[in-house]
Design a binder for this molecule. Structure first.
Ligand SMILES: Cc1ncc(COP(=O)(O)O)c(C=O)c1O
Length: 318
């Protein structure tokens, strides 16, 4: 970061940001990409470009755009959210459910207009759950046939790709836009991208500027994102640590789900009490989906996982 080559990104000449955007676009299988300070802003930009005020958009229940972006999809992008159940598996709506939610052709003029499907891979609230490419393709096909646009919240797309042993571009096929983060277990302190067509990125750049996301010598930040990009194939190590934690928690009697990636959800009788107790033992976790959520990342070692388990055993968090 200290030695990054920089120039003004607001006028789109910062060489390090440009390098990052090109590399990220290629990896995501998209013509172009735009750096954003956060995944939240990347999603908001995509939804703002795709939606007209009052348009309904569909997303799997618990999606980040539904639960964790303070209603900006409605307040700023003008969208009317509709959650879809996870009836094909964690984080994954079934194609038939999607089709039924969209409704048939020939709706009267006073019917809601449904214009966007927003998928999430991996699905955070479902515990870092992975959608495989065949299911992605089926959902895309239903959405496309109904004339919907598709945005993929790929904040952790690198995790999904790593877990499946596939290139990230295999998981974005047919989507209009995809967002991806460099801060999710990869070590970058700041930075995401939103990717799509050249035309989309031109519109996204105006929106980013409106939201105050245009930065000057942003190459300092993009340099950290480039380091993160070099690490996307190493995420298997984080997934192994998550499994180690889940196995250890299960041995202690916790109801820990088997993680697909780097998020472990564990059911306990009182989540707030458990999170507070864990914090008092120096084990940081948070509440999510009515469970305790643990996340592994590259600065937590396998030994740290064992130490966390030792402290939980000693404290009897349950
Ligand atoms: C699925 C998903 N999308 C978007 C985001 C937002 O990313 P950021 O924290 O960079 O705003 C997150 C953050 O955890 C996420 O889990």
């Amino acid at each position: 970061m200290a030695s990054a080559e920089v120039a003004d990104n607001v006028i789109d000449i910062d060489p390090t940001i440009l390098e990052l955007e090109q590399r990220a676009a290629a990896l995501l299988g998209m013509p172009a990409a735009l750096w954003t300070p956060s995944g939240t802003m990347a999603n908001l930009i995509a939804l703002s470009v795709h939606l007209q005020r009052g348009d309904r958009f569909l997303a799997p229940k618990g999606a980040h755009v539904l639960l964790n972006e303070l209603g900006s999809a409605a307040w700023l992008a003008g969208g009317m959210p509709e959650p879809l159940p996870h009836d094909a598996g964690p984080g994954r709506p079934a194609p038939g459910t999607l089709s039924a939610a969209i409704g048939g052709a020939g709706a009267p003029y006073y019917a809601l207009r449904t214009t966007l499907l927003c998928l999430e891979n991996t699905h955070n609230w479902a515990g870092g759950a992975v959608t495989p490419p065949d299911e992605h393709a089926q959902l895309l096909s239903v959405a496309r046939q109904a004339g919907l646009r598709v945005h993929l919240d790929g904040a952790r797309i690198w995790h999904a790709a790593c877990a499946l042993g596939l290139p990230p571009a295999a998981l974005t096929v047919g989507a209009d836009t995809v967002s991806a983060c460099f801060s999710k277990a990869l070590g970058a302190p700041v930075g995401s991208v939103v990717a799509g067509s050249e035309d989309f990125v031109a519109r996204a750049r105006r929106m980013r500027q409106m939201l105050g996301g245009g930065v000057r010598q942003g190459g300092v930040l993009a340099a950290a994102c480039l380091v993160a990009l070099d690490r996307v194939n190493d995420l298997g190590a984080e997934h192994e640590k998550a499994k180690r934690l889940a196995t250890g928690l299960a041995e202690l009697g916790w109801e820990a789900d088997t993680p697909e990636t780097n998020i472990v959800l564990a059911g306990v009788p009182d989540v707030a009490v458990a999170v507070e107790s864990l914090a008092s033992w120096g084990v940081l976790a948070g509440p999510m989906a009515g469970k305790v959520r643990f996340v592994t990342h590259r600065d937590v070692s396998a030994q740290d996982i064992d130490e966390a388990l030792r402290r939980i055993r000693g404290g009897n968090a349950k």
